[in-house]
Design a protein around this ligand. Sequence first.
Ligand SMILES: Cc1ncc(COP(=O)(O)O)c(C=O)c1O
Length: 397
Amino acid sequence: MMNKNDKPGASPVPDNQAARLREIEPFYVMEILERAFALEHAGRSVIHLEVGESDFPTPAPVVEAGMQALREGKTRYVQALGIDALRERIAARYPSACRPPPGRVAVTPGSSGAFQLIFGSLINAKDEVLLTDPGYPCNANFVRLYEGVPKLVACDAAAGYQFTAQAIETAWTERTKAVLIGTPSNPTGTAVPPDEMTRIVETVDRLGGTLIVDEIYHGLTYGSDVRTALYDTDRVFIVNSFSKYFGMTGWRVGWLVMPSAFIDGITKLAQNLFISTNTPAQYAALRAFEEDVIAELERRRDVFRQRRDFLLPALRELGFKVPVTPEGAFYVYADCSAFTDDSYAFAVDVLESTGVAITPGKDFGRYRQNEHVRFSYANTQDNLERGVERLAQYLRS
Ligand SMILES: Cc1ncc(COP(=O)(O)O)c(C=O)c1O
């Protein structure tokens, strides 16, 4: 994440810079964030609806467990795939019908670390990976980093902005190696229905590819629980994290569940890439599974649901189109074509005029990116109400 004082793009590109770096896209929201910081510095009030992390602090018992670990000197390297106790607790979190053995669980430096292990152990140069457009932007960059080819596939509102088995089959080529699905998704909050996931698993299997499912927003769903893809298959990579539901973004602990055939390869890669994941943070994460912490996290989930139930109709009322109701995460991906055909310029103008910071669509792909912005409701109800009020005034003027 950017420091308030950092200036992106300030230095010239050096001659010896690797070609891949030119193809790695910046996070445009960082430009919005930087401008928001500058406005705040100048005394303006900014309402941050651009940020992709919970506004709740890490639960106190988790913080205490981290400090306890530090006091007890748990500050050394541990096993490359994580401490046994944490791998066991993570495995036990899955329903008994599809519970993986702890040996198939790897603890990673955030889910971002998990993606590096997965792509590093799966992708050869020029292998294609199918990604939803819109989708979480870092995925394409990870694929590129490992010399693969990210193939963005437009997923429209009719499909809930998600892959269908049919869309995967249509996009498949002989170079396709893997498909990545985020469910519920960032930026849309929409999820793949269980029957569609079953069809996707069958299709990817039949085509000889590998399925990767990012379940980082599991736990943050507001209707029925979204089912893990482990129900359908154990030949899948599942990615998850303590960042979102558990409110631990800065601790940098995530996990993956891998097919057993990959355990040795992933172990080698983890040893080399990370040695191990932050040790005190793993002990803190262990505490996050206790009943009192889960009760607090469930209370927070209810608060997120209430915020969604406020923000979604409020945005629709203002004239944003949101054709698919987000089921999870803390985002509303809104069509702003009633107001602009350049969502980046719109986001900048909204920020300058109203002090409301939102994320432009171009951070999430190319498909109708100019017609979309993402609102995050990881902010207090008061701030959401003030944000909507400011937007209403802006759009009226
Ligand atoms: C869909 C998705 N996947 C992965 C990540 C990365 O999360 P972390 O590395 O903190 O676990 C994010 C963060 O915003 C996300 O939205």
